[in-house]
Design a protein around this ligand. Structure first.
Ligand code: ADP
Ligand code: MG
Length: 503
């Protein structure tokens, strides 16, 4: 062997040894980092656990807060707003009614011809109109003039098969999904604009009055007989078909619930007694809070960086606007602390709300063996390609934890309401408490994109309601999707609160 050959051989042996040592150390390091990711997941899991024991505490807290919110103004984080809806539709309503739904950048106008108990909804039609952006930040008068203009156009297009009663004004239910302090079934003043609206001279004004004034300027003879929010509309829309409906829950971008309460239970009620001895209460449950809610550091950060820190605590753990961002926050922690997506943290992972709830539902429900959908979402949203299968599995597990917690908390909220109205079976041990509903069937009407389009979320929610209630009681309770009831619901409330109905 020549000298050079020997040197080369020794050198290459050394390189090979070093390379092996490097690979071994990388593997050990990779395993260490992987274990770190798993540890972050486990820690998150244990902090957001929703054992039945803990959920029962949430159920009780919901009931307690409902009592407090009903007893006095500001008595609870639950506002428990009076809606003045004391006459839910029964199916007997007859005639032509309109509805207007304003709650975002579009509004909907709708008309329905009701045919009483036999005919029911004879026909209906609606139109969607978008609001020019300059009107969302202009003057109150300009906004309502525009709405009245579009409404009068819609009324003009009324066909022969719709029958307004001669000599009567047309009547309208107004779904207005902004914070309102209601003063009667058809009056209420705006507390503040949200969702991109900023019209300073509208705040503090009666929104029904503003609409009436604009309709008058247009020469449109129409009366608003019911002012409601989308949750109350959903309750009315479902109740029209099914008198067992006592509760409505919206699970969409945000979340809210309303239910039918006995008049005697509403001690802060100062007006005349409700006609039917009961009234719908708008809980504004997105703002519910209890120390029993399983909150993690990720929830705290999300809240601190949100537009409304300290508010809507329940909503931030449950609703579609937030679930995706909770997942993103945990993934970011894993990427930073343990290189889950490689040595560099994907830049998009730093962007709030980049991972949306529909994305996590897509990943969560990926049934393919190699988790193809997960890979696709990670690629398209975070720009990470070729993730190992175990990383994809971990992502799915994380989506599952976040969705499961949200769904189970919503279920506990629902059971809290059932408990408040004596339909959770707890009265069975004390018969005198069973006055309202023992043995009666109760239906909870659900609406909103999160509930509708996320089957695993829906399943967790339904199962948890049943677990919390127990088999016997659960047989008398159903949770049912009631799609888009809120539009027609407002028209039905315009009918049941008609100024021409004898009270
Ligand atoms: P909104 O609550 O804005 O009135 P929707 O009731 O239609 O409107 O709900 C829309 C919300 O539903 C979205 O913001 C999203 O969070 C959620 N969502 C929509 N599609 C899905 C989906 N496929 N999976 C999970 N959540 C979804
Ligand atoms: Mg909605």
């Amino acid at each position: 062997m020549t000298r050079t050959v020997v040197i080369v051989a020794v050198a290459s042996a050394a390189v090979a040894c070093a390379a092996t040592a490097y690979l071994v150390s990388m593997r050990i390091r990779n395993r260490k980092y992987w274990n770190r990711s798993l540890a972050i997941l486990q820690e998150f899991q244990s902090e957001c656990t929703t054992s039945l024991f803990r959920l029962r505490q949430v159920v009780d807290a919901m009931t307690v807060e409902m009592h407090a919110g009903l007893a006095s103004e500001g008595g609870s984080k639950l506002k428990m707003l009076l809606t003045y809806v004391d006459n839910l539709p029964t199916g007997d309503e007859e005639g032509l009614y309109y509805a207007l739904d304003l709650g975002g950048t579009n509004f909907r106008v709708l008309r329905v011809q009701l045919g009483g108990p036999e005919g029911r909804v004879l026909r209906q039609e609606y139109e969607e109109v978008s609001i020019p952006s300059h009107l969302m930040v202009g003057s109150n008068e300009d906004l309502f003039d525009y709405i009245a203009l579009e409404l009068s156009r819609f009324v003009e297009s009324e066909g022969e098969n719709y029958h307004p009663k001669p000599g009567r004004d047309r009547e309208l239910g107004f779904t207005f999904s902004f914070p309102v302090k209601q003063t009667s079934i058809n009056s209420g003043y705006l507390i503040k604009w949200t969702k991109g609206f900023a019209i300073p001279d509208g705040v503090g004004k009666d929104v029904v009055q503003a609409l009436h004034d604009a309709m008058k300027r247009r020469g449109l003879a129409m009366r608003v007989t019911a002012l409601v929010n989308d949750t109350v509309g959903a309750l009315a829309g479902a109740r029209y078909w099914n008198e067992d409906v006592m509760v409505a829950v919206i699970l969409g971008t945000g979340t809210n619930a309303c239910y039918v309460e006995r008049a005697e239970a509403i001690t802060k009620y100062h007006g005349e007694s409700p006609r039917s001895g009961s009234m719908v209460i708008n809980m504004e449950w997105g703002n519910f809070w209890s120390s029993h809610l399983p909150r993690t550091i990720y929830d705290e950060d999300l809240d601190a960086e949100s537009l409304n820190p300290g508010e809507q605590g329940f909503e931030k753990m449950v609703s579609g606007m937030y679930l995706g961002d909770i997942v993103r926050r945990v993934l970011l922690k894993m990427a930073e602390d343990s290189f889950l997506f490689g040595t560099e943290v994907p830049a998009n992972l730093y962007k709030p709300n980049i991972l949306r709830t529909p994305d996590i539902s897509k990943m969560h429900q990926d049934e393919s063996a190699d988790l193809r959908e997960v890979a696709k979402v990670l690629k398209s949203i975070l720009g990470v390609s070729s993730t190992p299968l175990k990383v994809r599995m971990l992502v799915v597990e994380l989506c599952d934890l976040v969705a499961e917690r949200g769904a189970r908390l919503a279920a506990a909220g629902i059971v809290g309401i059932l408990k408040k109205i004596g339909r959770d079976g707890s009265c069975l041990s004390n018969r005198s408490k069973c006055d309202q509903g023992e043995g009666r069937h109760t239906t909870i009407a659900m609406d909103g994109g999160l509930y509708e389009h996320y089957p695993k979320f829906r399943k967790y929610l339904q199962e948890t309601v049943a677990h919390l209630l127990g088999e016997e009681i659960a047989a008398n309770v159903s949770v049912e999707l009631s799609k888009d009831g809120s539009g027609i619901g407002a028209a039905l409330l315009a009918a049941s609160h008609s100024q021409y109905v004898n009270t």
